[in-house]
Design a protein around this ligand. Structure first.
Ligand SMILES: C[S@@+](CC[C@H](N)C(=O)[O-])C[C@H]1O[C@@H](n2cnc3c(N)ncnc32)[C@H](O)[C@@H]1O
Length: 292
């Protein structure tokens, strides 16, 4: 596993290049998520964290799978129905097929995608995020969402900021450290893109499952993470000034689940967690468009 950083990866102009210290003794969000998706890019510490997580929040695995399925629907909608040709995906995660560029370029092979993540393990595996269509383009930036201007500067090398761009922030905003102003970061990103651009967010909430999500967040935070579940109103604030695409800000299982039956919306492979029918997957999702 692992692998060397690649020469074709953007470094946000900082020297020295980031070292590839994977800290395999501690759970990392990208690898924990990989365990939940049934991936192989993880270590015992990550698997122990998932065992603890599932003990306190059994719906966590289904939440990860639903998050992924939403990405397929939302990207299929934007690239296939709305004609958006450019995507900036921040907090990409360890590559899991189909990746965002595969969904988008499946709708239109000319789509350009820039991925960004701050985890060295994603960097180590970013080769898979460069395998786009010859007509389109995919690039990877090793960057931190807490420094949006630096990511934007690198993204400008691949994306045309005079044309609409979909900014996708999928299960990443609730991982931001305490010092980060998540609203200011999103505003900076959306101020940089033109009218017609889109903001796509998935965000964990404790609105419906207070004890389970709260306990899970506390467990992860005790292991060194900083997880901030947000309420519906708090997630809605990210979309201030944008026009929400139907059906608006919704729980993940209520967002266009009947749309585009031809789209690649199948759940990725991975062991599924039995869940009661009445369980609510605690994830808010929405697509907003920047008006003219
Ligand atoms: C739960 S995974 C989500 C992966 C993917 N977006 C998805 O929804 O399938 C969260 C990802 O966000 C990344 N991440 C967390 N904080 C970040 C930050 N400040 N800047 C960039 N990436 C970050 C983690 O490294 C991890 O890969």
């Amino acid at each position: 596993m692992g692998g060397a950083p690649h020469d074709d990866v953007n470094w946000m102009g900082r020297e020295p290049r980031p070292s590839l210290d994977l800290r395999t003794d501690q759970p990392h969000s990208a690898r924990v998520y990989d365990v939940l998706l049934g991936g192989k890019t993880n270590y015992p510490a990550d698997r122990r964290a998932v065992a603890d997580l599932l003990a306190s929040m059994p719906i966590a695995r289904r939440t990860a799978l639903e998050n992924r399925a939403f990405m397929h629907r939302a990207v299929g909608y934007l690239a296939g129905e709305e004609g958006v040709r450019q995507f900036l995906d921040i907090g990409t995660g360890i590559p899991t097929e189909p990746n965002l560029h595969q969904v988008a370029q499946g709708a239109d092979p000319t789509v350009r995608v820039v991925y960004a993540d701050n985890d060295p393990i994603v960097l180590a595996h970013s080769r898979a995020l460069h395998q786009g269509t010859p007509e389109g383009r995919t690039d990877y930036v090793h960057g931190d969402l807490c420094e949006p201007e630096a990511i934007l500067a690198e993204a400008r090398k691949t994306l045309d900021f005079s044309r609409p761009i979909a900014v996708t922030l999928l299960t990443v905003l609730h991982w931001l450290p305490a010092h980060a102003d998540a609203y200011e970061i999103v505003r900076t990103l959306m101020d940089a893109v033109p009218a017609g651009s889109a903001l796509v967010i998935t965000h964990v909430t404790r609105d419906h499952e207070d004890s389970a999500v709260g306990a899970a967040a506390e467990g992860l935070n005790a292991q060194g993470s900083h997880v901030t579940p947000r309420s519906r109103d708090e997630v809605a604030r990210f979309f201030d000034g944008l026009e929400l695409a139907a059906p608006g800000l919704e729980l993940v299982e209520r967002w266009r689940t009947d749309a585009r039956p031809d789209a690649p919306v199948g759940l990725p492979a991975g062991p599924s967690q039995p869940a009661e029918a009445e369980d609510i997957v605690p994830l808010y999702v929405a697509v907003g468009r920047k008006p003219a």
